[in-house]
Design a protein around this ligand. Sequence first.
Ligand SMILES: [Zn+2]
Ligand SMILES: [Zn+2]
Length: 251
Amino acid sequence: MSITMRCYFDCQTWDVHTMMKWTMVMNQWLKRGLPGYCAFCLCSRATESGWCEECYAQLPWNRVSCEQCAEPLLGAGESRCGHCLVEPPSFTITTAALCYQEVVSQLVHDFKFQASPRAGQLLVNLMLSQPPPALGNALLPVPMFPARAKERGFNQAHWLAKRLGKNTGMPVLRARCIKQVPSQRSLNRKERRRNVSDAFRMEGGIPEHVTIVDDVVTTGATGHALAAAALAQGAKRVDVWAAARTPFQKS
Ligand SMILES: [Zn+2]
Ligand SMILES: [Zn+2]
């Protein structure tokens, strides 16, 4: 037997199964946005950070990785990847506790492209749960070319750095992106480096030890260019702190 219901606005007739399906979708959507529910499995055992312990343990952790660029390493016992040994980047170490895959890539997508503050706060909490061994003197978010930031509506690295700064008591520096960098997505490592070289300028004074903040590290080319700008301006050491690292790279 098929039961049908009239929409309140009289736009169409829905059967009960469609209504139930939509109620379930709406319910999940609401839970995902509400504190108290785990952001990943939607159970009600979430800690203040926004996840349950089981889900946290099962996240795609970047456990064995290059200490300089955080690229996941296949063999334990090495401390640096081949890329960093052959052509070392200008930053010293990278902290990216998670791999950019599964639920983490979804979270980054929701934050970056849907402008979800809940997803952004979860990324901040995840970064704070596995912080760098030394934070240095200041945080430096990766700047965006002004036209691109306007198009997106916000700069995700600056959004993260502001909240990380508030939680850690670290000042947040500013740099400018002075070159409209074409999308890096289809480029290999060398092309990415060329693409972003000389793209950044520091604003104001710069302390000795700076930590660059970004959402995801792909090859490290952006961090390399920004670290080079900070070092040229007087910094002695620059590190990178990101939420996640992409696992597989074009060489
Ligand atoms: Zn969970
Ligand atoms: Zn490396």
